[in-house]
Design a protein around this ligand. Sequence first.
Ligand SMILES: Cc1cc2nc3c(=O)[nH]c(=O)nc-3n(C[C@H](O)[C@H](O)[C@H](O)COP(=O)(O)OP(=O)(O)OC[C@H]3O[C@@H](n4cnc5c(N)ncnc54)[C@H](O)[C@@H]3O)c2cc1C
Length: 374
Amino acid sequence: MLPFSKLSFWERSVYTEGIDFTIIGAGIVGMSTALHLRKAHPKAKICIIERGYLPTGASTKNAGFTCFGSPTELYEDLSKMSDNTVWETVAMRMEGLQELFTLVDPNRIEYQASGSWDLLLSHEKPLPDAFLDYLNEKIFEINGHRNTYSIDKDITAVSGFEGIGTAYHNQLEGAIHTGKLITELHRLCVADGIQFLFGIHVLSFESFSDHVEIQSSEGTLKSCNLLVCTNAFAKDYLPDISPARAQVLVTKPIKNLTIQGTFHMHSGYYYFRNVGDRILFGGGRHLDFEGETSTEFETSEVIQSELSRILSTNLLPKSCFDIDYSWSGIMAVGSEKKPIIQKTNKNIAFGVRMGGMGVAIGASVGKNLSNLFL
Ligand SMILES: Cc1cc2nc3c(=O)[nH]c(=O)nc-3n(C[C@H](O)[C@H](O)[C@H](O)COP(=O)(O)OP(=O)(O)OC[C@H]3O[C@@H](n4cnc5c(N)ncnc54)[C@H](O)[C@@H]3O)c2cc1C
């Protein structure tokens, strides 16, 4: 790579000088933030710095669920966090989805309003009867939609599952093509005159009275303001952020696949969907919480073999399948699931700690983060 000091006059005037807003991280949050900043600052010079040749965190690696909360996950969250925190976070996810679809045309990212199902194995205890009514009441308070959740007695037979006891349906969740969301955000940013510097690793930054100095792998950059959208990789700057690796596999095409839509199991720790005639299956972080705090983009035998076992026992008991792809991505968790959107100086702010529902919440984080600089 060429250090900034060796760039031409032309390159510097376009890319590295006179920057009003620098964003670190070209994930969903970084690019949504840039698009929102552009609306409020039409003439500003906005630059996104990304360490990878592609975004290299979670936004290009996720399962593509547009989800805001399965019944068993919400039940567990309500037992660990205050009701207010849980419902504020759900409301942010729902607002985020609306926000996402104002930024991006749903057709261009293959959005499917497929609904979702939360499956309980036969030996798992169903949720208390009144809990679905409570969830429906809360969702009605947030967006005026009635009967979002219901029990579905048919999905097990329709999909050909084995060993499933109870299934809860959610009408409002769906799926997108993860890769197309990122390329679409990138396309919109470029059309809005937002500069990208890929392959630059930010090492540190410091706030001064009228600018921020950013030390990077290729030298120092100056910017009037800095917005940090590095999610799990912001753990060295703020407390209460831990990396949470998540692993996924995708099968080869399966003949006469009967599974259509998005599915959660085990309080959201497992999730699967069809991608055309393949199955994408991910999760299992709870099998090795400690090991999955790694920021290495590796997969582990213990999790991959359990995903394969559940696939053959419960999800595809009558089909032969082969695994075609497996990978991991890194998201962030903390003592609560709410993201951190915070200014730490007058010219530096963070929009980080996106967990397993960053597709939904990301656009709303971008909006709220950019609003800190109105
Ligand atoms: C396997 C998996 C499945 C998931 N499934 C879903 C799902 O179905 N639905 C859902 O809503 N959410 C899902 N998520 C979560 C979701 O993907 C994340 O919450 C979301 O992508 C976070 O976006 P972000 O922009 O905050 O972070 P990221 O996408 O991680 O972006 C941060 C960027 O910052 C860059 N960066 C970091 N440090 C530096 C540095 N020092 N210098 C320069 N650049 C840097 C990284 O390279 C990265 O590109 C999943 C996550 C994973 C891993």
